[in-house]
Design a protein. Sequence first.
Length: 255
Amino acid sequence: MKRLLAVACASAVGLVGGCGSSQDATTSGSTSGEITVFAAASLTQTFTELGDILKAENPGAGVTFSFAGSSDLVAQLTQGAPADVFASADTANMTKLTDAGLAAGAPVDFATNTLTIVTAPGNPKGITSFADLAETGTQLVVCAPQVPCGAATKKVEVATGTDLSPVSEESSVTDVLNKVTSGQADAGVVYVTDAAVAGDKVTAVSFPEAAKAVNTYPIVTVQGTKNPDLATKFVELVSGPKGRDVLLKAGFQAP
Protein backbone atom coordinates (compact mmCIF):
# COMPACT_ATOMS: atom_id res chain seq x y z
CA MET A 1 0.00 0.00 0.00
CA LYS A 2 2.82 2.43 0.89
CA ARG A 3 4.46 1.71 -2.45
CA LEU A 4 1.19 2.45 -4.30
CA LEU A 5 0.82 5.77 -2.46
CA ALA A 6 4.39 6.74 -3.31
CA VAL A 7 3.76 6.02 -7.00
CA ALA A 8 0.53 8.05 -6.90
CA CYS A 9 2.31 10.98 -5.26
CA ALA A 10 5.15 10.86 -7.79
CA SER A 11 2.75 10.81 -10.75
CA ALA A 12 0.93 13.86 -9.37
CA VAL A 13 4.07 16.00 -9.21
CA GLY A 14 3.89 18.88 -11.68
CA LEU A 15 0.09 18.79 -11.69
CA VAL A 16 -0.88 19.85 -8.20
CA GLY A 17 2.39 19.56 -6.28
CA GLY A 18 2.12 15.87 -5.48
CA CYS A 19 0.89 14.87 -2.03
CA GLY A 20 2.57 17.84 -0.33
CA SER A 21 0.97 20.95 1.07
CA SER A 22 -0.55 23.83 -0.93
CA GLN A 23 2.67 25.73 -0.21
CA ASP A 24 4.55 22.99 -2.09
CA ALA A 25 2.23 23.55 -5.04
CA THR A 26 2.91 27.26 -4.93
CA THR A 27 6.68 26.97 -4.89
CA SER A 28 6.56 24.48 -7.77
CA GLY A 29 5.43 27.18 -10.22
CA SER A 30 1.92 28.24 -11.11
CA THR A 31 -0.46 29.76 -8.55
CA SER A 32 -4.22 29.79 -9.08
CA GLY A 33 -7.10 31.67 -7.49
CA GLU A 34 -8.24 35.26 -7.61
CA ILE A 35 -6.91 38.57 -6.29
CA THR A 36 -8.23 42.12 -6.23
CA VAL A 37 -5.76 44.93 -6.78
CA PHE A 38 -6.49 48.52 -5.69
CA ALA A 39 -4.23 50.79 -7.75
CA ALA A 40 -3.76 54.47 -8.52
CA ALA A 41 -5.60 55.62 -11.65
CA SER A 42 -2.32 56.50 -13.38
CA LEU A 43 -1.43 52.80 -13.33
CA THR A 44 -4.47 51.70 -15.37
CA GLN A 45 -2.67 50.88 -18.60
CA THR A 46 0.49 49.35 -17.13
CA PHE A 47 -1.23 47.27 -14.45
CA THR A 48 -3.77 45.94 -16.93
CA GLU A 49 -0.84 44.72 -19.03
CA LEU A 50 0.92 43.26 -15.99
CA GLY A 51 -2.30 41.54 -14.97
CA ASP A 52 -2.34 39.78 -18.33
CA ILE A 53 1.25 38.67 -17.76
CA LEU A 54 0.35 37.34 -14.30
CA LYS A 55 -2.51 35.30 -15.73
CA ALA A 56 -0.38 33.98 -18.59
CA GLU A 57 2.27 32.81 -16.12
CA ASN A 58 -0.31 31.34 -13.73
CA PRO A 59 -3.05 29.46 -15.62
CA GLY A 60 -6.22 29.43 -13.58
CA ALA A 61 -5.35 32.71 -11.84
CA GLY A 62 -7.50 35.82 -12.08
CA VAL A 63 -7.00 39.47 -11.16
CA THR A 64 -9.59 42.20 -10.76
CA PHE A 65 -8.50 45.83 -10.68
CA SER A 66 -10.03 48.84 -8.98
CA PHE A 67 -8.43 52.02 -10.33
CA ALA A 68 -9.08 55.38 -8.66
CA GLY A 69 -7.35 58.18 -6.80
CA SER A 70 -4.99 56.78 -4.17
CA SER A 71 -6.69 58.75 -1.39
CA ASP A 72 -10.10 57.29 -2.30
CA LEU A 73 -8.69 53.78 -2.44
CA VAL A 74 -6.96 53.92 0.93
CA ALA A 75 -10.14 55.37 2.45
CA GLN A 76 -12.07 52.36 1.12
CA LEU A 77 -9.48 49.97 2.52
CA THR A 78 -9.49 51.52 5.97
CA GLN A 79 -13.29 51.29 5.94
CA GLY A 80 -13.11 47.54 5.32
CA ALA A 81 -13.18 47.15 1.53
CA PRO A 82 -11.66 43.76 0.58
CA ALA A 83 -8.47 43.81 -1.51
CA ASP A 84 -5.30 41.78 -1.80
CA VAL A 85 -2.83 44.38 -3.12
CA PHE A 86 -2.60 48.16 -2.89
CA ALA A 87 -0.45 50.35 -5.14
CA SER A 88 -0.34 54.07 -4.38
CA ALA A 89 0.84 57.00 -6.47
CA ASP A 90 2.62 58.44 -3.44
CA THR A 91 4.11 57.41 -0.12
CA ALA A 92 1.74 59.56 1.94
CA ASN A 93 -1.33 57.45 1.16
CA MET A 94 0.64 54.24 1.61
CA THR A 95 1.64 55.51 5.07
CA LYS A 96 -2.07 55.82 5.90
CA LEU A 97 -2.47 52.14 5.07
CA THR A 98 0.53 51.01 7.10
CA ASP A 99 -0.45 53.22 10.05
CA ALA A 100 -3.85 51.50 10.03
CA GLY A 101 -2.11 48.13 10.30
CA LEU A 102 -3.39 47.00 6.91
CA ALA A 103 -0.07 46.29 5.19
CA ALA A 104 1.15 42.68 5.19
CA GLY A 105 4.84 43.49 5.19
CA ALA A 106 6.91 46.46 4.10
CA PRO A 107 5.78 48.39 0.99
CA VAL A 108 8.10 48.21 -2.03
CA ASP A 109 8.83 51.32 -4.12
CA PHE A 110 8.52 50.35 -7.78
CA ALA A 111 8.35 53.55 -9.86
CA THR A 112 8.38 57.33 -9.93
CA ASN A 113 6.33 59.77 -11.97
CA THR A 114 6.58 63.44 -12.87
CA LEU A 115 4.02 66.11 -13.69
CA THR A 116 3.42 67.78 -17.03
CA ILE A 117 0.86 70.20 -18.46
CA VAL A 118 -1.64 69.01 -21.06
CA THR A 119 -3.62 71.30 -23.34
CA ALA A 120 -5.97 70.89 -26.26
CA PRO A 121 -4.13 69.74 -29.42
CA GLY A 122 -1.97 72.54 -30.79
CA ASN A 123 -1.91 74.39 -27.46
CA PRO A 124 -4.36 77.14 -28.55
CA LYS A 125 -3.80 79.15 -25.35
CA GLY A 126 -0.05 79.29 -25.99
CA ILE A 127 0.88 77.90 -22.58
CA THR A 128 4.65 77.54 -22.25
CA SER A 129 5.24 77.52 -18.48
CA PHE A 130 3.66 76.56 -15.17
CA ALA A 131 3.10 80.25 -14.41
CA ASP A 132 1.00 80.59 -17.58
CA LEU A 133 -1.63 78.38 -15.95
CA ALA A 134 -2.54 81.29 -13.67
CA GLU A 135 -3.38 83.58 -16.59
CA THR A 136 -6.90 85.04 -16.59
CA GLY A 137 -9.21 83.26 -19.00
CA THR A 138 -7.47 79.88 -18.82
CA GLN A 139 -9.85 77.10 -17.83
CA LEU A 140 -7.58 74.93 -15.67
CA VAL A 141 -8.28 71.59 -14.01
CA VAL A 142 -6.04 69.90 -11.45
CA CYS A 143 -6.23 67.01 -9.00
CA ALA A 144 -7.64 67.69 -5.54
CA PRO A 145 -4.94 68.35 -2.90
CA GLN A 146 -5.46 65.00 -1.14
CA VAL A 147 -4.80 63.12 -4.39
CA PRO A 148 -1.09 62.46 -5.13
CA CYS A 149 -1.07 64.44 -8.40
CA GLY A 150 -2.82 67.30 -6.57
CA ALA A 151 -0.34 67.25 -3.70
CA ALA A 152 2.51 67.36 -6.23
CA THR A 153 0.87 70.28 -8.04
CA LYS A 154 0.63 72.16 -4.73
CA LYS A 155 4.35 71.60 -4.16
CA VAL A 156 5.11 73.21 -7.50
CA GLU A 157 2.78 76.11 -6.71
CA VAL A 158 4.67 76.79 -3.48
CA ALA A 159 8.08 76.32 -5.10
CA THR A 160 7.27 78.75 -7.92
CA GLY A 161 5.12 81.22 -5.99
CA THR A 162 2.29 80.63 -8.45
CA ASP A 163 -1.31 80.98 -7.30
CA LEU A 164 -3.50 78.74 -9.45
CA SER A 165 -7.28 79.17 -9.68
CA PRO A 166 -8.58 75.95 -11.20
CA VAL A 167 -12.18 75.68 -12.33
CA SER A 168 -12.32 72.20 -10.81
CA GLU A 169 -10.29 69.83 -8.64
CA GLU A 170 -10.70 66.18 -9.63
CA SER A 171 -10.49 63.00 -7.55
CA SER A 172 -8.08 61.26 -9.95
CA VAL A 173 -5.52 62.18 -12.59
CA THR A 174 -7.53 60.40 -15.29
CA ASP A 175 -10.47 62.70 -14.53
CA VAL A 176 -8.22 65.70 -15.13
CA LEU A 177 -7.07 64.26 -18.43
CA ASN A 178 -10.64 63.54 -19.52
CA LYS A 179 -11.67 67.14 -18.83
CA VAL A 180 -8.98 68.32 -21.24
CA THR A 181 -9.52 65.72 -23.97
CA SER A 182 -13.29 66.34 -23.90
CA GLY A 183 -12.83 70.09 -24.34
CA GLN A 184 -14.19 71.00 -20.91
CA ALA A 185 -10.89 72.62 -19.92
CA ASP A 186 -8.06 74.48 -21.67
CA ALA A 187 -5.32 72.84 -19.63
CA GLY A 188 -4.65 70.35 -16.87
CA VAL A 189 -1.77 69.12 -14.75
CA VAL A 190 -1.24 65.36 -15.06
CA TYR A 191 1.60 62.85 -15.04
CA VAL A 192 3.85 62.46 -18.07
CA THR A 193 2.56 58.89 -18.36
CA ASP A 194 -1.03 60.10 -18.72
CA ALA A 195 -0.01 62.55 -21.44
CA ALA A 196 1.69 59.68 -23.25
CA VAL A 197 -1.48 57.56 -23.07
CA ALA A 198 -3.55 60.44 -24.49
CA GLY A 199 -1.26 60.71 -27.52
CA ASP A 200 -2.38 63.26 -30.12
CA LYS A 201 -5.53 64.04 -28.14
CA VAL A 202 -3.43 66.55 -26.17
CA THR A 203 -0.32 68.66 -26.43
CA ALA A 204 2.10 68.15 -23.56
CA VAL A 205 4.00 71.11 -22.15
CA SER A 206 6.86 70.18 -19.83
CA PHE A 207 8.10 72.55 -17.14
CA PRO A 208 11.39 72.30 -15.20
CA GLU A 209 9.77 72.90 -11.82
CA ALA A 210 8.16 69.45 -12.07
CA ALA A 211 11.46 68.06 -10.80
CA LYS A 212 10.61 69.57 -7.41
CA ALA A 213 7.59 67.25 -7.00
CA VAL A 214 8.44 63.74 -8.16
CA ASN A 215 6.04 61.11 -6.82
CA THR A 216 7.24 57.69 -5.68
CA TYR A 217 4.91 54.71 -6.16
CA PRO A 218 4.88 51.94 -3.50
CA ILE A 219 3.03 48.60 -3.57
CA VAL A 220 2.17 46.13 -0.81
CA THR A 221 0.12 43.03 -0.08
CA VAL A 222 -2.90 43.94 2.04
CA GLN A 223 -3.32 42.37 5.46
CA GLY A 224 -5.95 39.64 5.47
CA THR A 225 -5.61 38.69 1.81
CA LYS A 226 -7.21 35.32 1.08
CA ASN A 227 -4.61 34.54 -1.59
CA PRO A 228 -1.23 35.67 -0.22
CA ASP A 229 0.74 33.57 -2.71
CA LEU A 230 -0.81 35.14 -5.82
CA ALA A 231 -0.81 38.60 -4.21
CA THR A 232 2.90 38.24 -3.50
CA LYS A 233 3.53 37.08 -7.05
CA PHE A 234 1.85 40.21 -8.41
CA VAL A 235 3.87 42.48 -6.13
CA GLU A 236 7.06 40.71 -7.23
CA LEU A 237 6.03 40.98 -10.90
CA VAL A 238 5.41 44.72 -10.61
CA SER A 239 8.68 45.40 -8.77
CA GLY A 240 10.74 42.94 -10.80
CA PRO A 241 12.40 43.14 -14.24
CA LYS A 242 9.23 42.47 -16.25
CA GLY A 243 7.29 45.09 -14.34
CA ARG A 244 10.11 47.61 -14.67
CA ASP A 245 10.19 47.05 -18.43
CA VAL A 246 6.44 47.67 -18.81
CA LEU A 247 6.58 50.75 -16.58
CA LEU A 248 9.60 52.30 -18.30
CA LYS A 249 7.97 51.88 -21.72
CA ALA A 250 4.95 53.78 -20.41
CA GLY A 251 7.08 56.71 -19.22
CA PHE A 252 7.53 55.87 -15.55
CA GLN A 253 11.01 56.11 -14.07
CA ALA A 254 12.82 53.84 -11.66
CA PRO A 255 12.25 54.45 -7.94
